[in-house]
Design a protein around this ligand. Structure first.
Ligand SMILES: [Fe+2]
Length: 382
């Protein structure tokens, strides 16, 4: 069966990518809404984007209200500013949250209504042009047709999608990732690892997504420990490319069990996305392994922890062990250490398992997943 493969129209990577993208940004419209957070403003990163727009004769206004995981309220506020200021295109600067918020603002600017109206549909509305500038090496949102927005009335993270949600321009300038503290480097880097591994072991994997997923997994195992340990610029540059590759991979192959189970934890316990993924990573892969020994074995051989002649179950096990030690090396806390109350968590398992299955992601896993299994796996986190 034919497969579709979607990427941003234009991608700039490497040092000075922001400056190099100026002519493309200038063609997107007359006035940009820059969607970002307060930290980006304080660090002076937003000013760098403002300078590039000004130098190109493009007007702009800044919305820096995306402080935390994106909610429907943040989207509405951004839309108000976009419309009141007469903006005609969008630029996101930040981690996944500003990029996802930008996409949702674009959907409402083009299609109207409330963002929750778009849940469960393939979004197909005329969108304003969008540019995404990631400042963490992880979410890959700059290269995806998805946006995750919390519905604050129902306490769920809505997974919204449509090819029109893909940014037109992705600017991967590693200068913005240089200041990330180790905890952010760790959780966002492991988020990228989840994207790549889930894409590679998804029922929806295809030849082209495999290429990007394999490359991302190799790059992450090679560079994430160093990016975390000493923040070396070379390792960070590699991680910024890996996060993009992993984003391209899961955009075209979907995610599976980890992301399916991670969103409900994030919605109820407000744990940053990358961190809840990292907490789930070993438990979920341990479950998924028997459904795809061959795929996990290929990952093990690709990163050099399994030999070419080793049989698949053994090579797959070696890959899982490498993941487990990476998660430990990067000091991923447990739910208990993070301060989640065990009783509250167990009381929420039924709702979380239901919401996880509803998202459709766990069903992409190559081993059959039921709501009962998801409940058991949540319990295994303690
Ligand atoms: Fe993710």
């Amino acid at each position: 069966m034919a497969k579709e493969f979607i990427v941003p129209n234009q991608i700039f990577t490497g040092p000075e990518a922001l400056e190099a993208s100026a002519p493309s940004l200038a063609k997107m419209g007359k006035k940009a809404l820059i969607v970002t957070d307060e930290v980006m403003r304080k660090l002076g990163n937003c000013a760098k984007v403002e300078q590039v727009l000004s130098a190109s004769g493009v007007a702009y206004t800044v919305y820096d209200g995306v402080n935390g995981e994106p909610t429907d309220r943040m989207v509405d506020k951004g839309l108000d500013i976009y419309q009141a200021e007469g903006c005609d295109f969008l630029v996101a600067l930040g981690g996944g949250s500003p990029m996802d918020t930008m996409k949702a603002i674009g959907v409402l600017a083009g299609g109207g209504g409330f963002i929750s109206d778009y849940m469960g549909k393939v979004i197909d509305v005329p969108m304003p042009p969008m540019a995404a500038i990631p400042t963490t090496a992880g979410t890959g949102s700059e290269a995806t047709q998805f946006t995750i927005i919390t519905d604050t009335k129902r306490d769920i993270k809505m997974l919204l999608k449509g090819s029109v949600v893909m940014p037109d321009l992705a600017i991967i300038d590693p200068q913005f990732t240089m200041t990330a503290p180790p905890s952010v480097t760790s959780s966002t880097g492991l988020d990228a690892l989840c994207h790549a591994v889930e894409a590679y072991t998804s029922r929806k994997a295809q030849a082209l997504s495999d290429t990007f997923a394999l490359s991302a997994v190799k790059r992450i195992f090679h560079s994430l420990p160093q990016a975390f340990a000493d923040g070396s610029p070379e390792a960070r540059i590699e991680m910024s490319v890996a996060a993009l590759e992993a984003g391209v991979a899961f955009n075209n192959a979907s995610v599976t069990l980890i992301h399916g189970m991670s969103r409900p934890i994030g919605a109820l316990f407000h744990i940053p996305h990358g961190l809840s993924n990292a907490m789930l990573l070993p438990v979920c892969l341990r479950y998924a392994l028997p459904g795809a020994y061959d795929r996990f074995a290929q990952l093990g051989r690709a990163i050099g922890v399994a030999q070419a002649e080793e049989d698949d179950p053994s090579a797959a096990e070696h890959f899982l062990q490498a993941v487990e030690s990476l998660v430990k090396e990067l000091k991923t806390p447990t739910l208990a250490k993070y301060g989640v109350d065990k009783g509250t968590f167990f009381a929420a398992i039924d709702k979380m398992a239901h919401d996880a299955m509803e998202s459709g992601s766990p069903q992409n896993t190559l081993r059959s997943v039921t709501e009962f299994v998801v409940k058991e796996l949540y319990a295994e986190l303690w």
